[in-house]
Design a protein. Structure first.
Length: 307
């Protein structure tokens, strides 16, 4: 079975990491298809029939994997475990128990992109570029998308973000469809963690724009290779007072571009850490205009770029 490395792992419990687990370096976390299982609230997307590989299991005797209430796996010897996801699109709940902690993962089994384009009359996807930008794998045609309904739209994809936060802004009806990279969620949670470590209380890191279909992205004049259409970009600002604008992040009593640049500097600190090289991406600083206030763009395109 070919393992696809595009997914999102979602943990639905809201409590924090235990003290011992929180101070482990990422290199010592269990990994799921290469993503460190660091956050208790996180999510995972996969195509029907894909496999998840749990690796770097520190204590196999204490590792258990459950689907709802059914024990799927318990093995006292193996440090690498493979689990095949269901073949029917939908949201499934996995429980991962280790010597350190218990994580609950929402497995988002995606609907094939070709089916969405053939069956949906109201949700217009548009066309992805035929030529792969720089021949990079992260610009390959997406295979599928997560179906978002009125009933599941508020499903958490991590402690601080919900499925609906990343929806394209092109329509109001349901069902809608979205792509969310696990790297993007991981980086957003790292950003909140960093801000908290600097004494900044983050109640709402607002996603002004997340996923965009090629159709919608083109309609607003953006380039066809925008990382938004691949689900690993977000335009964000701190909005604890929920007034749809950047807060006074640097505490100088004035809300201006200094606050936007301060937010960007935290992302730059994350990118500067060698341990986070796998999250490398773009940082864009945007000024206020007639339609929005200042914000920061971040993505995980695989190489550093800023504007």
């Amino acid at each position: 079975m070919k393992v696809r490395f595009y997914f999102v792992v979602l943990v639905i419990f809201g409590f924090g990491l235990t003290a011992a687990y929180a101070h482990y370096p990422s290199s010592q976390f269990i990994k799921v298809n290469g993503i460190p299982l660091r956050f208790k609230l996180f999510s995972l997307s996969a195509m029907p029939g894909d496999s998840l590989i749990f690796d770097q299991i520190p204590n196999p005797a204490a590792f258990q994997l459950y689907l709802a209430d059914s024990l799927l796996h318990t093995d006292t010897t193996g440090k690498k475990i493979t689990w095949k996801v269901p073949s029917k699109p939908g949201i499934y709940e996995l429980i991962v128990r280790t010597v350190f902690d218990t994580n609950i993962l929402k497995i988002m089994v995606m609907k094939p992109l070709v089916d969405i384009k053939n069956e949906s009359s109201h949700f217009i996807v548009g066309d992805y570029p035929l030529a792969i930008y720089r021949s990079l794998n992260q610009y390959n045609l997406p295979e599928g998308m997560i179906e978002v309904t009125l009933e599941n739209r508020q499903t958490s994809v991590s402690e601080h973000f919900k499925l609906e936060d990343f929806l394209t802004r092109q329509q109001a009806g349901f069902p809608q469809y979205v792509i969310i990279s696990p790297k993007l969620i991981f980086k957003l949670e790292l950003l909140i963690e960093k801000m908290n470590s600097k004494g900044i209380d983050v109640e709402n890191l607002h996603v002004m724009s997340g996923y965009r279909t090629p159709y919608y992205n083109g309609s607003i004049g953006n380039g066809k290779n925008s990382r938004h259409v691949y689900g690993d970009a977000a335009d964000i600002y701190l909005d604890n007072d929920r007034n749809m604008a950047m807060d006074d992040l640097n505490g100088d009593g004035t809300i201006d571009m200094k606050d936007v640049r301060q937010l960007a500097s935290f992302i730059d600190e994350i990118d500067a850490d060698a341990e986070n090289a796998w999250l490398a991406g773009g940082i864009g600083i945007y000024k206020s205009n007639g339609s929005h206030r200042g914000f920061v763009h971040l993505d995980t395109r695989g190489f550093k770029v800023s504007w």
